[in-house]
Design a protein around this ligand. Structure first.
Ligand code: UDP
Ligand code: MG
Length: 315
């Protein structure tokens, strides 16, 4: 039997940690009893530079409950980096990991199914939501738009899959090979390969605390995802540029003809319109290209994605 580490990034989650620990240890115990996973399975919390008592709580829980381990980042680096820090730490300590959110919005009863798929030979198992009834209409709509947008721009991501997923040691070693700084796990993980599977589950409500993903973070997350994986925005700009170039050829002929016929009117309206239109388009194009240049710049720096301050683990 293999040891399972459940990796949970936490940012200001003091309100949920007790309950989450209770539910997860109970689940792990039941899975051990069901002979799905080994005795040395653990919960690994990653404190993503929380401003509240999250880390003190993790330390406390680690003291009381042998199943709880902790990793503390030196500052807030965002959900994706915190998750990666946890996964990379866990990869050297266990056989298989499952990542999930601290609020347990994702039904933990499907963990058995995750592990069963793993035992059948899958290296990556994606948790896929089959309903979003519990989310607010706003969250649901923005999230749906997010997946559609990713798909439109050609990013190879699993539909309705957040970061609730099982990854084997081997898959994690593959993930470790990716050197990029702009980290978008949902786009990278499908690139690893190996045999994969999906498991459906229903998404519940956050039982305490509030979402750490406000609209602003979601928008920048989506933008990051797209520009990290797709050159489609640049191609679109190129297409628009081409179309405008063709139109301007027609306009050239047209204005020459009008000129030859002697009707050289002031043409102020069309002039103003084209100046504004082209000016706007050019700025937009420069902005998008700039985004890629900025990313290339960041990649060349090869900055560490996170720095671990402390690791709590078995002696
Ligand atoms: N999170 C994190 N760092 C951040 C923001 C969020 O580690 O900067 C964690 C958070 O503690 C939670 C998970 O990411 O475990 C998902 O956040 P949340 O449940 O607030 O997002 P939502 O479910 O509303 O999309
Ligand atoms: Mg949540």
């Amino acid at each position: 039997m293999d040891s399972l580490y459940i990796v949970v990034p936490c940012y200001n989650e003091e309100e949920v940690l007790h309950e989450t620990t209770k539910r997860l240890t109970d689940k792990i115990d039941r899975m051990i009893a069901g002979e799905l996973i080994s005795q040395d399975s653990r919960i690994m919390y990653v404190d993503d530079g929380s401003k509240d008592k999250t880390w003190q709580l993790i330390e406390e829980l680690h003291g009381q409950e042998p199943r709880v381990l902790g990793v503390k980042l030196s500052r807030n680096r965002g959900h994706q980096n915190a998750l990666l820090a946890g996964l990379m730490t866990a990869k050297d300590l266990c056989d298989v990991t499952i990542s999930m959110d601290a609020d347990l919005q994702d039904d933990i009863e499907v963990l058995d199914e995750f592990v069963r798929k793993y035992q059948e030979g899958c290296d990556i198992v994606y948790g896929v939501r089959n309903n979003r009834d519990m989310d607010t209409g706003f969250k649901r709509n923005t999230a749906q738009a997010f997946y559609k947008l990713l798909k439109f721009f050609g990013v190879d991501a699993v539909y309705n899959h957040a970061d609730y997923r099982l990854m084997s040691k081997r898959a994690l070693e593959g993930l470790a090979e990716f050197g990029e700084v702009n980290l978008f796990l949902r786009g990278i993980v499908p690139q690893i390969g190996y045999k994969t599977a999906t498991v459906e589950y229903s998404r519940g409500e956050r039982f305490a605390g509030e979402s750490k993903y406000p609209l602003k973070k979601m928008v920048s997350f989506a933008f990051d995802g797209i520009t990290s994986f797709s050159v489609k925005p640049i191609r679109m700009i190129t297409t628009v540029g081409l179309v405008i170039f063709l139109v301007s050829l027609i306009m050239l002929v047209y204005s020459l003809v009008v000129n030859a016929m002697g009707h050289t009117q002031a043409g102020w309206t069309s002039m103003m319109m084209s100046i504004w239109l082209l000016g706007g388009l050019q700025l937009m194009a420069i902005g998008i290209i700039g985004e890629y240049v900025g990313k290339a710049y960041m990649e060349t720096k090869k900055r560490p994605k996170y720095i671990i301050e402390t690791v709590l683990r078995d002696e």
